[in-house]
Design a protein around this ligand. Structure first.
Ligand SMILES: Cc1cc2nc3c(=O)[nH]c(=O)nc-3n(C[C@H](O)[C@H](O)[C@H](O)COP(=O)(O)OP(=O)(O)OC[C@H]3O[C@@H](n4cnc5c(N)ncnc54)[C@H](O)[C@@H]3O)c2cc1C
Length: 367
């Protein structure tokens, strides 16, 4: 095995070529990006243009999404700047991918199954190659694995998903099928209150289905919601089925969980506001995450609690969750990784162990 220096001087041994002259694909990279949504590809574009030869693992239906991420599951994206006539979500992500490749990003259609962030260079394992010795290494890692909206998996939900059912009022509220139509929101927290209030701009009326007899939303949000003339809160109520004409949602079967009474609610839109699940299983035990599992970054940066590990996109953002904000944080992660790599190259010395972890004071106020 031939020792080679990593970016910060620690020796690293390249894996031997496989027997029979076949070259091992085991790699050492200056920067590896895990995830292929707007955050991952934006990071890749910046890093490739900086000639850092980024390697991007785009996943193989990782977290339930095709390469390209959440936008591959939608049709029209109307709020991403630069597309005055809107753009199909899948087509937009094809363009992101092509731009990453144009500048030399190595894109690998595999899922990362495991990482070891305990020391640098960091180790990672591809899915299906998880033996201890199968690892590859990177000086810096950008985690851009995204998130997914929680769903109820009601009967009919799959048929009308994106044909009347959505999990993002800001993304989809303005589309014609919801204009001046009765809509429903499921959820009782701040997001539900915010989404329902937002939807009053477009819908003729908004019904909020709350399983309990009270809202979890803050008092001010709850008051704004319940006092809105276009909102009706249906307390102790759950949806049991999504119904329609085969093309578009037309109604919900609902049930009062206190009385057992069932009825039909005529609505042309259903918006889930029951939370999101950040794709952090890979790193949850290793970097600081908050109570909901989102990666915590130093405010105003993409830096996680481990030096050299950056997070971008929905995986660290429970507030905005938009393509443009994801792309913006991908850019930040890339610029920070690039700066760290060049500083370490300039220093050309070993990093003291105590500098490996970002001081927890830096994260204070954000946890
Ligand atoms: C139906 C729908 C419609 C939307 N519409 C809009 C809209 O109109 N406008 C807007 O701004 N936003 C919209 N959004 C939100 C937007 O899609 C997200 O904010 C954005 O995609 C988040 O980008 P991301 O880069 O963080 O990750 P994601 O888009 O979540 O992508 C992450 C990718 O990483 C991959 N991955 C995960 N784990 C691994 C792993 N271990 N190894 C390798 N790969 C992995 C996943 O497979 C996925 O492809 C919509 C979302 C949905 C679901």
């Amino acid at each position: 095995m031939a020792p080679i220096p990593s970016a910060h001087g620690a020796p690293f041994e390249v894996n031997e070529p496989k027997s029979g002259g076949e070259k091992s694909k085991k790699m050492h990279s200056q920067v590896v990006i895990i995830g292929s949504g707007p955050a991952g590809h934006t990071a890749a574009i910046y890093l490739a243009r900086a000639e850092l030869k980024p390697v991007l693992f785009e996943g193989l239906m990782a977290n339930g999404f095709a390469p390209g991420g959440q936008l591959t599951t939608t049709t029209d994206v109307d709020n991403f700047p630069g597309f005055p006539d809107g753009v199909n979500g899948g087509e937009m992500m094809d363009k992101f991918r092509a731009q990453s490749e144009r500048f030399g990003t190595t894109i690998i259609t595999e899922t990362i199954a495991k990482v070891d962030l305990s020391q640098r260079p960091f180790k990672y394992w591809r899915e299906g190659e998880e033996e201890d010795t199968d690892f590859e290494t990177a000086d810096t890692i950008i985690i851009a694995t995204g998130a997914s909206a929680k769903r109820l998996n009601l009967p009919g939900e799959e048929t009308y998903w994106q044909s009347g059912i959505s999990a993002c009022a800001v993304c989809d509220g303005a589309v014609p099928i919801f204009r001046n139509k009765p809509l429903a929101v499921i959820g009782g927290g701040d997001s539900a209150a915010e989404e329902a209030t937002y939807l009053t701009k477009y819908g003729s009326h908004v019904y909020v289905l709350v399983r309990k007899g009270e809202l979890r939303a803050s008092k001010i949000m709850a008051k704004r919601l319940t006092s809105h003339p276009k909102v009706t809160v249906l307390w102790n109520t759950v949806a049991t089925e999504c119904q329609g004409d085969g093309d578009l949602l037309q109604s919900l079967a609902i049930k009062n969980v206190k009385t057992g009474e069932t009825s039909t609610l005529d609505v042309n839109g259903l918006f889930y506001a029951i939370g999101h699940e950040p794709a952090t299983a890979l790193v949850r035990e290793q970097v600081h995450t908050d109570a909901d599992g989102y990666i915590v970054t130093v405010p105003g940066t993409a830096q996680t609690s481990i030096k050299g590990v950056f997070a971008a996109g929905d995986v660290q953002d429970k507030k905005y969750r938009q393509a443009i904000t994801s792309a913006g944080s991908g850019c930040m992660a890339a610029l920070e990784a690039e700066r760290l790599i060049s500083e370490e190259e300039a220093e050309d010395s070993e990093i003291p162990a105590e500098e490996k972890h970002v001081p927890s004071e830096a994260l204070t106020g954000y946890l």
